[in-house]
Design a protein around this ligand. Structure first.
Ligand SMILES: Cc1cc2nc3c(=O)[nH]c(=O)nc-3n(C[C@H](O)[C@H](O)[C@H](O)COP(=O)(O)OP(=O)(O)OC[C@H]3O[C@@H](n4cnc5c(N)ncnc54)[C@H](O)[C@@H]3O)c2cc1C
Length: 466
């Protein structure tokens, strides 16, 4: 009984741990899942998280770790689970230490990404994880989902940016894995197992994160391109010119601009006539190599090679932010339109153009849709989202959603791609993982889950069927 669990916990934990069951703990950005809870708890320390898990373990109570609530696959939402504990890390938001000489920052799981970025800047460094939800997403959630974002091309995803973690296991044992070492081959790599495990193997309570130097020269530009093939050619060409200096390379389709114009007219669009395809490029170069000059010579060469017809090179930090706002508001514009089905997919880079060419015709066999294809093309990661035609709503297409999803995911799988690129599996893609995942991988995952959480109390139904 949850009341017995509550009584036991009230004897162990301060009053502030017990939170109101506010709607935000039960809603998620796309409105697909609705949760519930027996208790919402926000412990203030790793030891308190351990107390919660010890009691949960002894009473067989499900625990749903909760960060910023921005996850897009329903992992943080306890739908269909009887009286779970929603365990929020919101009270554990300290930056425990900054070690500029080591390029390391140690943050608690509840630290908001934007605050970690600011703390890194204050120390003359950057923490290069960057995504549109950075004002709300918390370090624990970002690591639990192995978040990607716009900086992966240069700096890697959350896993690549982490040196050590502290976590509490299902039985309440604390793992003190908060190392700042860059070389440590002592044993299995359990840090990387817990990162990306979406709260199913342990609750991350803190992390030692890798910082990077602030690039001396930074700049942003948007190039129109004739096709997705041209995006890849331009990427290769840019690399040949500036090496690892590409900090972001984001594909944008005309549909994204149209959705912004329709739903968020305050967002200033870069081109008066929206191009069919464009790429937003950010460069970060060493001192003495101004990005404006680099973009200008890139543009001239790309124009010559028919890889672009027009470009806007930001002339100031404000203009750069304006260009980024366009890219970062696309998910919000999508949300306002209301997608029928959204797909976070990745595939080998060379497969992307044929996927983008072939998929619309396959979807047209199901119905008439608007497609917004955008994303981190430099990483081979697309957000391929399907919307109703004007005048229709997502509800009109409820019955077509499974066929749309199957069509897209089959095309991705046939190309050696992944149907869970950066957002994770959550509750949304459990069946997809069963369908497309390697059987040996699934068997190993079940064995690991059985070993670390034998009662299955941690985030049941996420990643693996409960
Ligand atoms: C507008 C928008 C843009 C986005 N853009 C991107 C993007 O570019 N790239 C990208 O990768 N994602 C993106 N996301 C998805 C989302 O922001 C990430 O998945 C983020 O990492 C989730 O962090 P969170 O703190 O909100 O976690 P939550 O949503 O609270 O939780 C996510 C998962 O992690 C688990 N979890 C949370 N905290 C912990 C913890 N301390 N220990 C163990 N498990 C935990 C939860 O149980 C759940 O399974 C976007 C989301 C939005 C709304």
């Amino acid at each position: 009984m949850i009341s017995d669990v509550e009584n036991r916990l009230r004897a162990l934990l301060p009053e502030a741990t017990f939170r109101e069951k506010a709607p935000r703990y039960f809603e998620e950005p796309r409105g697909r899942y609705t949760g519930s809870a027996g208790l919402v708890l926000a412990p203030g320390s790793t030891e308190e998280v351990a107390e919660v898990l010890r009691v949960a373990h002894e009473t067989n109570t499900p625990v749903i770790p909760y960060g910023g609530g921005t996850g897009l696959v329903g992992g943080q939402i306890a739908e269909g689970i009887n009286d779970p504990i929603v365990l929020s890390v919101e009270h554990m938001n300290a930056i425990r230490a900054v070690h500029p000489s080591e390029n390391v920052l140690v943050a608690e799981a509840g630290a908001i990404l934007a605050d970690v970025q600011t703390a890194a800047r204050d120390a003359g460094r950057i923490f290069p994880l960057s995504l549109a939800s950075e004002g709300s997403a918390r370090i624990g959630g970002l690591l639990a989902t192995n978040a990607g974002g716009t900086g992966v091309l240069r700096y890697g995803n959350a896993r690549d940016l982490t040196l050590g973690i502290e976590a509490v296991l299902a039985d309440g044992t604390i793992w003190h894995g908060l190392t700042r070492l860059r070389k440590d081959n002592a044993g299995y790599d359990l840090r990387n197992l817990l990162i990306g495990s979406e709260g199913t193997l342990g609750v991350i309570t803190a992390a030692a994160l890798k910082l990077s130097p602030i690039p001396a020269e930074t700049g942003t530009a948007i190039f129109t391109i004739p096709s997705p093939d041209a995006a890849l050619e331009l990427l290769a060409f840019t690399r040949s010119q500036v090496g690892e200096g590409i900090s972001a390379f984001e594909l944008i389709n005309r549909q994204g601009f149209e959705f912004l114009a329709e739903t968020m007219p305050d967002v200033r669009l870069p081109f008066s006539d929206a191009p069919e395809w464009s790429v937003l490029i950010e460069l970060g170069l060493p001192r003495g190599l101004p990005t404006e000059a680099a973009f200008e010579s890139l543009f001239e060469a790309a124009l010559e090679a028919d890889l672009t017809a027009d470009a806007i090179i930001a002339q100031s930090e404000a203009q750069s932010q304006e260009l980024w706002a366009v890219r970062e508001q696309i998910p919000e514009a999508n949300r306002r339109i209301g997608s029928v089905s959204s797909h976070d997919i990745s595939m080998p880079l060379s497969e992307i153009p044929s996927f983008i060419r072939e998929t619309p015709a396959r979807l047209a066999e199901i119905g008439d849709f608007r497609i917004n294809c955008f994303g981190h093309v430099g990483d081979g990661n697309l957000h391929y989202n399907i919307f109703p035609m004007p005048g229709r709503s997502r509800a009109d297409h409820e019955n077509e959603r499974p066929a749309i999803k199957r069509t897209i995911h089959d095309l991705v799988h046939d190309r050696g791609g992944s149907v869970a690129a950066e957002h994770g599996v959550g509750r949304l893609k459990v069946e997809d993982l069963e369908r497309y995942g390697d059987p040996t991988l699934l068997a190993m995952m079940r064995a690991v889950k059985g070993a670390l959480d034998p009662q299955g109390i941690l985030n049941p139904g996420v990643m693996l069927r409960g």
